[in-house]
Design a protein around this ligand. Structure first.
Ligand code: HEC
Length: 188
């Protein structure tokens, strides 16, 4: 106590029953930081609590993310034609085996490049449509008049979906050597 003087600069103005406060204001930069956080909190509250209905509140963000996830293909060769088809890497790997074991390679080539009988599956051109549902129909019912057998008695639908995952996710865009010339209509 001895070395504290009554110097006005040392003490703040107020005096509570003889208890006085040292005049010790925080530096300007701390004050600015403090005001800045208040400003930021206002921006944050308005922006991220979704006021007024700007679509950035948690529920809207959740719904947006879910909608994106549904439309996100999990393949390494994203192409526009499979944008709405969700499949996993496991399906792609299983589909590769099926493509071999079910003999698709006989007419579509070991790398899907196509041959004298079947069309190329690595380009964006398709005779019977490029949508997963259209591929499913071709594999299910075949194209008997062209020589492709129906596979509905030989494969489960899950197997067909895996092979479609392999075709759209791995084969399309893979650019194998000796690829057969495009046939059909280009899918954008
Ligand atoms: C005996 C030969 C043969 C076998 C085996 C075969 N296909 Fe085909 N595939 C064809 C022919 C021929 C076409 C039709 C070409 C046309 O219509 O011009 C075709 C068409 C397709 C198409 C449509 C291609 C397009 O451009 O629209 C898909 C998809 C397909 N095959 C998948 C498969 C799958 C998957 C397997 C194995 C489960 C398979 N194919 C086995 C001969 C075969």
């Amino acid at each position: 106590m001895n070395n504290i003087t009554q110097d006005d600069k040392l003490f703040a103005d107020h005096n509570y029953d003889g208890i006085r406060e040292l005049n010790n204001p925080s530096p300007y930069w701390v004050l600015l930081l403090f005001l800045g956080t208040i400003g930021f909190s206002l921006f944050y509250a308005v922006h991220y609590f979704g006021y007024p209905n700007n679509g950035r509140d948690q529920v809207s963000e959740y719904n947006k993310q879910m909608a994106m996830a549904v439309n996100q293909p999990s393949n390494q060769n994203p192409s526009d034609m499979n944008a709405a088809f969700v499949f996993t890497k496991e399906q792609m790997a299983e589909g590769a085996k099926i493509f071999l074991e079910k003999g698709c390679i006989a007419c579509h080539g070991t790398k899907g490049e196509g041959n004298a009988i079947g069309p190329n599956m690595t380009d964006k051109f398709w005779v019977h449509g490029c949508k997963p549902a259209e591929l499913l129909k071709v594999i299910t019912d075949g194209i008997p008049e062209k020589g492709m057998a129906p596979y509905k008695a030989m494969m489960t639908e899950a197997q067909m979906k895996s092979v479609i995952a392999y075709i759209l996710g791995t084969l399309v865009g893979s650019n194998p050597p000796n690829a057969k010339a495009p046939q059909g209509v280009e899918c954008k």
